[in-house]
Design a protein around this ligand. Structure first.
Ligand code: 3HC
Ligand code: NAI
Length: 701
């Protein structure tokens, strides 16, 4: 079967693209479309042409794997040209997703029809580039500047009905999968019968009403505010401006030049890395690749606190039955109210409709009787972070859970092998470490314990996909991937405070690096008491004796963070804005004196390097110890669980991009100035640096 075929249906030529899995527009697709368009135009029996794609989706864009490589002919402009210049009308028939270059090809066609479930978008900015196949020039000509700005600057696709309303598609098709090809033929027939001439968008003008300059200025200001540090949205606005001010050909040339510059930028490399890293993370390790996932539709959740309720909402949203267990009647009532209140809020915000609200409510049940879990397929424990409590739960579960049920713990730090050891079925046990709020946060660390069976791991990955999480597989160690690395990041923030940086300076430096919030703001938001209690559970030797001096004192003064109205910052009633507090500065000075630390002026560069390189160095250790399978998994963990700026690709990619030799030198420098206990390059980092390699090379080996 060829990648692009042409067959005739009466007087209509149907060009079908068949390039699984997503019909990415590779060289073969580009060449095939041009060949078949020419063939259809040369065929005297064909009066109109339908461009359609096979499989699960219309074309999902340029083939991203070709980026950064030598360009292969024919290029996009040639395909676009062949479609638009066809003297016979060409109708694009869209199902699934028409994204990026896919939508641009559809825009080069003369008409577009779409299945009602389809989505259409230009997501290029999410890859650090702009639409480069004249999408920035054609889209505003068809739908006007406001919608073109919305779609291109956000990168978010719109639904087919919205596209229809805006004139982006000419007709909507209802019905099953076969309805689209049938409707496309009928549409083409009508075009022929009516004698409708091809409509070439390049020959149209962008509709204007005088508000364009304001719209562009507002879009630039919004993009600066909402997408701090990200270049592509600004560049996309420049290209859209060209559509308003230049003739089509000149605008298209400008778009192409901007695309070239974006493509060469470190940001686009980082964003493309993030795209593939996310998909690689879903791949099982070799020993589990042939495992058959266990079927599931009933989830048990033990503990209806912050995490249990969030996990329950994520499962309910995916149509799974949830049975929750709480320890007594009061806690049960609280958890029940929390679930129903959250469902009401989700309904009020329009994220689900009334029918889904009713269904999800009906899928949920709660009891204090553990025996209710006897039919559950997957049981997730989310009770207090205490080994003895967890072990006791797992002993009970071993008695009530059915054979083959998967038993998971949501522990943040505890040893999953130890928890598994109290049961007679350690192969069925693993960690499922959700992030708070668990119904919103995308990351799920799937923790493979020593005895976890391959099919249990495979099932966890299916569950993750079903509840729309991005899963990363980790092995057992204190804090797994994310929290283990976070220790160093927070330690450095605590030490930097003591050494002379103010909380405001530290948080601002990290925000300027691209995080949505700094480490100290984050600690205040999460509540400092959590870390305080955790540190008491583990040997003091794990921690730097100075890093938490200030935080410990604040907790002991009942300054736990936002929830008590004061922490590292102070807060005014009803307001979450962190305000500097001289009282904290005084405590910091006192603690620095006690620790014998002479305070000094610290640069923002040092703040960023100490916080971020502590992540990188620990990440290298996790890789070497095989706690993480790939450096890109560590990146995904930080992008989806900790707010690391996506346009920097994640900590490991960031380090690779800066050069591991430079990273190693900087770590050694800190070893000389602030001590080697934390600042000795990890052996793997040293080795890769010496060999002139990157973490990406390590993943590829
Ligand atoms: N190029 C190459 N490979 C692609 C691809 C693309 N555009 N889009 C997806 N793939 C690959 C994925 O890497 C994955 O490979 P794997 O199985 O080996 O991991 C496979 O196709 C399936 O992808 P998903 O797992 O993402 O499948 P989903 O069904 O979950 O999602 C999708 C489908 C919504 C189409 C999603 O893949 C997607 O968003 N793709 C990217 C779309 C995009 O960004 N397009 C713009 C490209 S840039 C462009 O067009 C430039 C132009 O202006 C010139
Ligand atoms: P929480 O204190 O909000 O909730 C714990 C719940 O468990 C309470 O409702 C309690 O009544 C219930 N519980 C205690 N013993 C029980 C028993 N024997 N049977 C049934 N229910 C019982 O705690 P939270 O924050 O939800 O944390 C739960 C687990 O999730 C911990 O292991 C924690 O480390 C982990 N976690 C927490 C995160 C967070 O940000 N809060 C993030 C990721 C993991």
């Amino acid at each position: 079967m060829s990648t692009v075929s042409l067959h005739k249906q009466g007087r209509i030529g149907v060009i079908a693209v068949d390039h699984p899995p997503v019909n990415a527009i590779s060289q073969a697709v580009r060449e095939g479309i041009i060949t078949q368009i020419n063939a259809a135009n040369a065929d005297g029996h064909i009066a109109a042409i339908v461009l359609i794609a096979k499989g699960r989706t219309f074309m999902a864009g340029a083939d991203i794997t070709e980026f950064g490589k030598a360009p292969k002919s024919p290029g996009f402009p040639q395909v676009i040209n062949a479609l638009e210049q066809s003297h016979k009308p060409v109708i694009a028939a869209i199902h699934g997703t028409a994204l990026g270059g896919g939508l641009e090809l559809a825009l080069a066609c003369h008409f577009r029809i779409a299945h009602e479930g389809a989505k259409l978008g230009l997501p290029e900015v999410t890859l650090g580039i702009i639409p480069g196949a004249q999408g920035t020039q054609r889209l505003p000509r068809l739908v006007g500047l406001p919608l073109a700005l919305e779609m291109i600057v956000s990168g978010k696709p719109i639904t087919a009905p919205k596209a229809h309303q805006a004139g982006l598609v000419d007709d909507l098709v209802k019905g099953d999968a076969d309805a689209l090809p049938r409707a496309a033929i009928a549409y083409a027939d009508k075009i022929i019968t009516d004698g409708t001439a091809p409509r070439r968008l390049s020959q149209m003008e962008v509709p204007q009403n005088g508000s364009e300059a304001d719209l562009l200025a507002k879009a630039r200001a919004d993009a600066t505010r909402k997408m701090r540090g990200v270049l592509a949205p600004q560049k996309a606005i420049d290209a859209l401006e060209a559509a308003l001010t230049l003739p089509f050909e000149d605008g298209a040339a400008k778009e192409r030049a901007i695309l070239g510059a974006c493509m060469a930028s470190p940001q686009s490399k980082a964003l493309q890395h993030a795209f593939f890293a996310e998909r690689k993370a879903a791949r099982l390790p070799k020993h589990a690749q042939n495992a058959t996932p266990r079927p599931f539709n009933q989830i048990g959740i033990i503990g209806g606190g912050t995490m249990g309720c969030g996990i329950a909402l994520a499962c309910l949203g995916a149509g799974l039955y949830v049975t929750m267990i709480e320890r007594d009647a009061d806690a049960l009532k609280r958890a029940q109210n929390s679930i129903h209140k959250s469902l009401d809020e989700i309904l009020a915000r329009g994220r689900i409709d009334k029918a889904a609200h009713t269904t999800q409510g009906a899928l949920f049940s709660i009891t204090t009787d553990m025996a209710a879990l006897s039919e559950a397929d997957i049981i997730i424990e989310a009770v207090f972070e205490k080994m003895e409590v967890k072990k006791s739960i797992f002993r009970d579960l071993d008695k009530v859970a059915k054979k083959g049920a998967i038993l998971a713990t949501n522990t943040s730090y505890l040893n999953v092998d130890d928890i598994a050891s109290v049961t007679g079925r350690p192969a069925d046990i693993l960690g499922l470490h959700f992030f708070s709020p668990a119904n919103i946060m995308k990351l799920l660390e799937v923790v493979e314990a020593k005895k976890t069976a391959p099919d249990v791991l495979a099932t966890a990955m299916v569950l993750a996909k079903k509840i729309r999480k991005i899963a990363v597989i980790a092995r057992v160690c204190h804090g797994f991937i994310g929290n283990r690395m976070l220790e160093g990041y927070l330690r450095e923030a605590g030490l930097l405070m003591l050494e002379g940086a103010t909380p405001q300076q530290i948080d601002k430096a990290i925000r300027d690096f691209g995080y949505p919030m700094g480490p100290l703001q984050m600690i205040d938001m999460a509540g400092m008491d959590i870390g305080y209690m955790l540190r008491k559970q583990f040997p003091a030797s794990r921690f730097d004796p100075n890093a938490y001096r200030v935080m410990n004192r604040l907790v002991e003064m009942d300054r736990k963070g936002q929830k008590t109205g004061a922490g590292i910052y102070r807060y005014e009633a009803g307001n979450r804005t962190p305000l500097p507090d001289p009282a904290v500065d005084k405590i910091t000075e006192e603690e620095a004196q006690k620790a014998g630390i002479t305070r000094r002026t610290i640069s923002d560069e040092e703040i960023v390097d100490r916080c971020i390189l502590s992540l990188v160095n620990e990440g290298a250790r996790l890789l070497e110890d095989r706690i993480a399978m790939r450096a890109s998994d560590i990146d995904v963990t930080y992008l989806y669980g900790y707010g690391f700026p996506r346009w920097r690709g994640g900590p490991m990619f960031y380090a690779s991009q800066r050069g591991l030799d430079k990273i190693c030198d900087r770590i050694k420098q800190f070893g000389e100035t602030v001590g080697t206990r934390w600042w000795t390059p990890a052996p793997l980092l040293q080795k890769l640096a010496q060999e002139g390699k990157t973490f990406t090379d390590f993943d590829a080996e």
